[in-house]
Design a protein around this ligand. Structure first.
Ligand SMILES: NC(=O)C1=CN([C@@H]2O[C@H](COP(=O)(O)OP(=O)(O)OC[C@H]3O[C@@H](n4cnc5c(N)ncnc54)[C@H](OP(=O)(O)O)[C@@H]3O)[C@@H](O)[C@H]2O)C=CC1
Ligand SMILES: Nc1nc(=O)c2c([nH]1)NC[C@@H]1CN(c3ccc(C(=O)N[C@@H](CCC(=O)O)C(=O)O)cc3)C=[N+]21
Length: 284
């Protein structure tokens, strides 16, 4: 037996086809393409790969993109100046500043200076607040992708016990809110959680975003559950998830692989948010 694999790559490419079509229609209607600016500070190798993947994905669907590769020693003011310029530019509908930033830069200040209307990452305090209040705004890409993957299984989220491991502002907290909005009963676990296994074992839906490779083993998984592995850590050159795939897949009902699960969906949702930004800025 074993779990069914949730194929993030396949689901992603189907959605990207739709986005491509939508971009073509927008071009015909307005003569313009949605535009995304990606800002990368420093030389972190993982960030460079993600940024390249985002650039390629934009090209694939016809979204105009600009990538700014700034040196490690960029000052806070230089970065803010660039963000302010991008806020003003008509042809840029979405702005993404790749995280983490080098230690001498203040992430919160930089994120707050991105215009909330162009915050396609959904990290601005205004968009985070809207998510919390159930108002319409940009939803962070990884959490949005996770909900899409769960829905692809046709498992009804309503009334289910959902357990999220991790409470970061970019994954754990927003995915917990989205699951709550879908009427799951949500438990959020973190590094101070007393007995992690007692929680994960009860999870009908388990989302793991810790960056701790193989933290969740098969014995911690509820039989038949939906397991979403967000972690991407390079271990001896191999991209490794937070879930021990071989043991967990014997127990779960559905499971996402790493790579090929959440990662491609994150980028697809970024494309979706960028189109959404253009449509709203163009007042269509
Ligand atoms: N595939 C994708 O698209 C994406 C993948 N990622 C990946 O997901 C992972 C998590 O990212 P991110 O949320 O930014 O990470 P953070 O480091 O910001 O947060 C990790 C969270 O995990 C918790 N945690 C750490 N160790 C344990 C443990 N032993 N038991 C329970 N909880 C623990 C931490 O708890 P505490 O708060 O107490 O410290 C924290 O809340 C990383 O591997 C990252 O690369 C991230 C974004 C997108
Ligand atoms: N402002 C900002 N926005 C982000 O969305 C953001 C960020 N900062 N910082 C880092 C995390 C991480 N993240 C990933 C995106 C794609 C893959 C991805 O495509 N992964 C592929 C494999 C890629 C590879 O081979 O390394 C996969 O899982 O199949 C992974 C991780 C976005 N993040």
């Amino acid at each position: 037996m074993g779990a069914q694999i949730i194929d993030g790559k396949a689901i992603s490419s189907a959605i990207r086809q739709q986005i491509k079509q939508q971009v073509m229609e927008l071009q015909q209607k307005t003569g313009k393409s949605p535009g995304l600016a990606v800002v990368l500070v420093g030389e972190d190798p993982a960030s460079q790969i993600y940024v390249r993947n985002k650039e390629k994905a934009c090209q694939e669907v016809g979204i105009y993109s600009e990538v700014y590769r700034l040196p490690q020693e960029t000052s806070q003011q230089q970065l803010l100046d660039l963000v302010h310029q991008l806020n003003e530019r008509q042809e840029i509908n979405g702005i993404l500043v790749q995280l983490p930033l080098p230690d001498h830069l203040d992430e919160m200040t930089v994120l707050r200076d991105i215009s909330p209307d162009k915050d396609v990452d959904g990290f601005h305090a205004v968009n985070a607040g809207k998510l919390l209040n159930g108002e319409k705004g940009f939803v962070p890409c990884t959490p949005k992708g996770i909900i899409t993957l769960i829905k692809s299984t046709n498992v009804d989220i309503k009334g289910k016990d959902a357990v999220v491991v991790g409470r970061s502002n970019i994954v754990g907290k927003p995915v917990s809110i989205l699951l709550l909005n879908e009427n799951a009963t949500v438990t959020i676990c973190h590094s101070k959680t007393a007995d992690l296994k007692s929680h994960t074992q009860r999870a009908d839906i388990l989302v793991v975003a810790t960056g701790k490779p193989n933290l969740i083993t098969g014995d911690m998984v509820k039989p038949g559950s939906v397991v979403i592995d967000v972690g991407t850590t390079r271990v001896e050159g191999k991209l490794t998830g937070d879930v021990h795939f071989a043991s967990a897949k014997e127990v779960a009902g559905w499971i996402t692989p790493v790579p090929g699960g959440v990662g491609p969906m994150t980028i697809t949702m970024l494309l979706q948010n960028t189109v959404e930004a253009a449509v709203s800025q163009w007042k269509l």
